[in-house]
Design a protein around this ligand. Structure first.
Ligand code: A3P
Length: 303
């Protein structure tokens, strides 16, 4: 199905979710060819919900034992998206091309459309989501920035909001994306860890320890005493990452038609920025939609 909204006609709907064609093609290829390693951990999310941060944290956690004195983290020289590949993009042309030493793969694909090879594997999944209003505002800025950089006139905030509320957004409907992973996390708690951006912001230390435990590489007492958790939090903080030279001036997928500045992944990194962009009525409307959609699921997203 193709969108009938004139300004987003290039978007396609597959199994109830909306995609840019390039990512849908990548998903089709991954569904046919991608075979995970048994040790893989999937970083899963709807776009703009904290993926960059979660990639940085999980990458820093699982590579920490390889770093000693002289060997600095790749996070200092690469944007987190270049440290953790995206299933439906990076494996689209070459499904098996990867750094096998890093057991991390990311995807925005909804749970119900994940390749069977992933769902039926013993791989673990970590999902992050966020208040819908902040996710929408973050997404709008991201897409508008990208479009302006290519001299394309972006949708107005109001137009994009109408579409988002009707379920049309990148990998949306947002609520169905969240609900798919939420329900799966209830069914398979040892396989899927469900997190929120807001809770992670409020208590990052306990989440870093929880992540390490879930990933099977808990911090030792010695590491905790040496401040390893705090080092990882500082390295992956918005302030640290957004101020690195590579993230201020570097480019992601520089040699492709989908090149973008690394800085687009770092905007404000705050909870509640929606209020500076949406009216109170728009906020209340999206809250109401989310409440109705999540009703009966047992999930209440923090705001
Ligand atoms: P804002 O646009 O609200 O600032 P994603 O990584 O899924 O694309 O999500 C992007 C959002 O995460 C952006 O939110 C971005 O600023 C924020 N973000 C990026 N890096 C972060 C970090 N290290 N810590 C906290 N938030 C971060």
């Amino acid at each position: 199905m193709i969108s009938t909204f004139p300004r987003v006609q290039r978007w396609s709907c597959y199994e109830g979710f909306w995609y840019f064609p390039m990512f849908l093609e990548g998903l089709m290829s991954a569904q046919d060819h991608f075979i995970p390693q048994s040790t893989d951990i999937f970083i899963t999310s709807c776009p703009k919900t904290g993926t960059t941060w979660l990639k940085a944290l999980t990458f820093a956690i699982c590579t920490r034992s390889r770093l000693s004195g002289s060997s600095a983290s790749s996070l200092l020289t690469k944007v987190p998206h270049d440290c953790v590949p995206l299933l439906e993009y990076d494996f689209a042309q070459n499904p098996m091309k990867r750094d096998r030493a890093v057991p991390l793969v990311s995807t925005h694909v909804p749970y119900s459309s994940l390749p069977k090879s992933v769902v039926s594997s013993c791989c673990k999944l970590i999902y992050i989501c966020r208040d819908a209003k902040d996710a929408f505002v973050s997404l709008w800025h991201f897409i508008a920035d990208l479009q302006r950089s290519k001299n394309i006139e972006p949708l107005s905030l109001e137009e994009a909001f109408e579409l988002f509320c009707s379920g049309i957004s990148s990998y949306g409907p947002y609520w169905d994306h969240v609900l798919g992973y939420w329900r799966a996390s209830l069914e398979f708690p040892e396989k899927i860890l469900f997190l929120t951006y807001e809770e992670m912001k409020k208590d990052t230390a306990s989440h870093v320890k929880k992540l390490a435990e879930f990933m099977g590489c808990s911090f030792t007492l010695e590491e905790e005493e040496e401040g390893e958790v705090q080092k990882i939090i500082s390295l992956c903080s918005f302030e640290k990452l957004s101020n690195l030279e590579v993230n201020k001036n570097g480019k992601h997928r520089a040699d492709t038609s989908f090149a973008m500045k690394n800085s687009v992944f770092f905007r404000k990194g705050e909870i509640g920025d929606w209020a500076n962009n949406l009216t109170a009525e728009m906020g209340a409307r999206l809250d109401y939609i989310m409440e109705q959609k999540l009703k009966g699921s047992g999930l209440k997203l923090p705001r």
